[in-house]
Design a binder for this molecule. Structure first.
Ligand SMILES: [Cu+2]
Length: 149
């Protein structure tokens, strides 16, 4: 009885998702007629084990792919990858010109200021929900964030 009560407290104090922290998730606003958009964030892994982001999804687009930019003889191209490794007690950054989430076949334009729900799936941490704030068209940096906590 007493042990199960202690376990309950432990689980309440350390929810598994607290292991993976999503900082400044944001997406680019889209031009009229655009069908894709980029999403960026910093993934911080607080656990002592490495993890891997394996997929993402959102109700605002048909699918969300994981992309990287590669320099192909001076031409920047995008390529889909199977995941992003997030080292133990480390971080992985998605940013313009680098790794990014690609919202494919968006269902409506992304407007500056709105928030997009995105579900991230990690190999070990499982599903983590994030809210991507839409920044300016062609914005190169994250918009000012309103801290919720
Ligand atoms: Cu892309």
């Amino acid at each position: 009885m007493r042990i199960s009560f202690l376990l309950l407290i432990l689980f309440a104090a350390f929810p598994i998702h607290a292991q993976m922290q999503i900082e400044k998730p944001w997406a680019r606003a889209t031009a009229p007629g655009a069908s894709v958009a980029g999403g960026y964030m910093l993934i911080r892994n607080l656990s002592a084990a490495g993890d891997r982001l394996v997929s993402a999804s959102s109700p605002v687009s048909a699918k969300v792919e994981l992309h990287v930019h590669i320099n192909d003889n001076g031409v920047m191209r995008m390529r889909e990858v199977r995941g992003y490794d997030v080292p133990a007690k480390g971080a992985f950054e998605l940013k313009p010109g680098g790794a990014h989430l690609m919202f494919m076949d968006i269902k409506r334009p992304f407007k500056e200021g709105e928030k997009l729900p995105v579900k991230l799936k990690f190999e070990k941490a499982g599903e983590v929900d994030a809210e991507f704030q839409v920044g300016g068209l062609g914005g190169a940096a994250a918009p000012a964030m309103h801290q919720k906590h």
